[in-house]
Design a protein around this ligand. Structure first.
Ligand SMILES: [Zn+2]
Length: 356
């Protein structure tokens, strides 16, 4: 009897040591032996670098506490629904809160207009990471089967502020995907599968190879009118004929002549942004009020029309109709992923795409 009592604790301790010695990856492997019906399981639950995760698990083999190897928690859960009314209603049905829904609409706005391009029959499909909060739910058996909207909504209801890590909107002809990625040095943003920022961005400069000849200023002595007036933009000195690029996607609201500005283009960009390009020598062909403009598109050419002492582009950025300094105003100027970030992002896309 005494022999029996002495060996049992040793046995338990030995088992605990063994489990504690297993790496995170091994724990996931054990879980993988017991797949839940309908759940898609991945060994990597986060968008952290797999290398780092592996390194951490290797360097912490002697964790004191025994690891509980319970029922497996799928790393991701999938929720999907057919669009019957509109984007907002579908997002709500999938348990996505209003703030996250607005963020998704913005993220998708580079590819489609969720207000107009979604028709009944379109499908919204979301992949969420199963974090600590949803893990508890999964243990209660509430893990959703892939593709079942009702279960997706149930699982999502407690995580309305949680942004999905992958999103697909299928409109019948096209599928539009965006993926959430946290850069090594920053906040998480949505990107398209090729690593381009998903939501529209701004270029800081509308012309190449130039110098600034006059800054944005609340008051300055106008070199032409010789009166004190605010300079509501910035002047880029450049030779006549230098191409002028749209700094962000948008719609032309004015193209023509205005006193002072000379030949001028005004563009309503996304959000609260609008931009003005003045003193142009000529406009790009076929530019009309209502023309849809891509970022970087050549819209006109530098000139010295209107009140200009020499050839330059006068460029304004308005936020909510208030002129701001184009050189310092807070603009969404994110660039495409590259280097190590792009490599990690590509792995993540490869892992998540089969779930979409
Ligand atoms: Zn100016």
């Amino acid at each position: 009897m005494s022999k029996f009592v002495s060996t049992t604790p040793q046995g338990v301790a030995g088992k605990a040591m063994l489990v504690a010695a297993l790496s995170t990856a091994c724990t996931a492997w054990l879980s993988h032996q017991l797949p839940r019906p309908g759940a898609e399981i991945s060994l990597h639950a986060s968008d952290e670098i797999p290398d780092r995760a592996a390194r951490e698990s290797v360097t912490t083999p002697a964790a004191a506490a025994p690891v509980f190897v319970g029922p497996p928690v799928p790393a991701f859960r999938v929720a999907s629904a057919e669009v019957t009314q509109n984007f907002a209603a579908t997002a709500d049905q999938l348990g996505v809160g209003a703030a996250v829904a607005a963020r998704l609409a913005r993220a998708l706005s580079g590819q489609l207009d969720v207000e107009h391009d979604l028709k009944p029959g379109s499908e919204m499909r979301l992949v969420f990471r199963n974090g600590a909060a949803s893990a508890a739910r999964a243990f209660t058996g509430a893990a959703p089967a892939a593709g079942l909207a009702a279960q997706g909504a149930a699982a999502g209801s407690a995580a309305q502020d949680e942004p999905p890590v992958a999103v697909r909107i299928s409109t019948g002809q096209d599928a539009h995907d965006v993926f959430l990625y946290r850069k090594l040095d920053g906040k998480a943003f949505y990107y398209s599968a090729d690593g381009q920022p998903a939501s529209p961005t701004f270029l800081r400069y509308p012309v190449d190879y130039t110098r600034i000849s006059s800054d944005f200023a609340p008051e300055r002595l106008d070199p032409v009118t010789h009166r004190w007036a605010p300079h509501e933009g910035v002047d880029f000195a450049a030779p006549v004929g230098t191409p002028v690029h749209a700094t962000a996607q948008g719609t032309v609201t004015f193209v023509g002549w205005q006193t002072g500005y000379g030949r001028v283009i005004q563009i309503k960009n996304f959000g609260d942004f609008s931009t003005t390009f003045a003193h142009l020598s000529r406009f790009a062909k076929a530019l009309r009020v209502g023309s849809e403009i891509r970022q970087g598109q050549v819209i006109g050419y530098v000139g010295r029309t209107g009140w200009a002492t020499g050839p330059h582009l006068h460029y304004e950025v308005h936020v909510d109709n208030v002129p701001q300094d184009p050189l310092t105003v807070d603009l969404p100027t994110r660039t495409a992923l590259n280097g190590e970030d792009m490599a990690h992002f590509a792995q993540q896309v490869q892992k998540l795409t089969p779930m979409l």
